[in-house]
Design a protein around this ligand. Sequence first.
Ligand SMILES: [Zn+2]
Length: 317
Amino acid sequence: MKLYRDEAVVLRTQKIGEADRVITLLTRTSGRVRAVAKGVRRTTSRFGARLEPCMLADVQLHRGRSLDVVTQVLTLAPYARAVADDYPRYTAAAAMLETAERLTPEEREPATQQFLLLVGGLRALVGPPHAPVRRPPGLVLDAFIVRSMAVAGWGASFDACARCGEPGPHRGFAVAAGGAVCRSCRPPGAAAPAPESLQLLGSLLAGDWDGALASTERDRREASGLAAAYLQWHLERGIRSLPLVDRTPEAPPAPDGRQPDGGHHDGAAHHGAPEVTEPEELAAVAPLLDRLPPQPPPARAAEVVRSAQAAAAGSAP
Ligand SMILES: [Zn+2]
């Protein structure tokens, strides 16, 4: 039995006993861990609110045989509060947490890249502070899905043919084949999405947000359907929170051409979502959704994601 510290995102909580909870954490160095937080459901608890889903915390844990025990919690970024009052953000965050849990099937198996990607995703969802343009939660979620799939080793191709590598764009998309498929490789029943939808997914995978934000609502809807289908195909059970994601489009751009979400005149949907103050150290590791070089060769996309994240992980001990 021993104590250890780690940074962690709270993925899920479950009631246990009279006043305790089992907290599922995705930690930076120890992978997915489940730990008992004793007495957190009492109003006098020191760290009840710090252990809600989405919270990024510095935790101290006592290693147990099956479940660890939480002994200290220090909030690093209160993402839970930032998403709580905004339904589209909240539902996107819930789907991200569930996806992260499902893509880290083995407890205590280090999953630092998934941890960094999740922090980057939550950060993109709630901010980042002072961002000139707010990213639509649905797009952030889809970027997270295609990236975390790539980290899990199931990177999809959205341009070159996933089977023979023939350069794209191609009109076919088949989840079982690994993404875009050319005319000769195209299996029966392959989808035929609009080229713009595949292009959008490629932009999200590459971190090309200028390209992604130029997409239409129609492309976004189709792209999110493809991303969801790709994710669900690789998992035994579906992601329960995915169909609940609120993808209601935000208001169209103002007639004078300004962005509707320029940060100064947010719609009612964002009212009350507080800005998150983060420790400086976090800024160095979190913006992973931006980190990748634009347009990596699609066939090697997973490799590029991996090496970019390994570099980011290495630069932040
Ligand atoms: Zn082919």
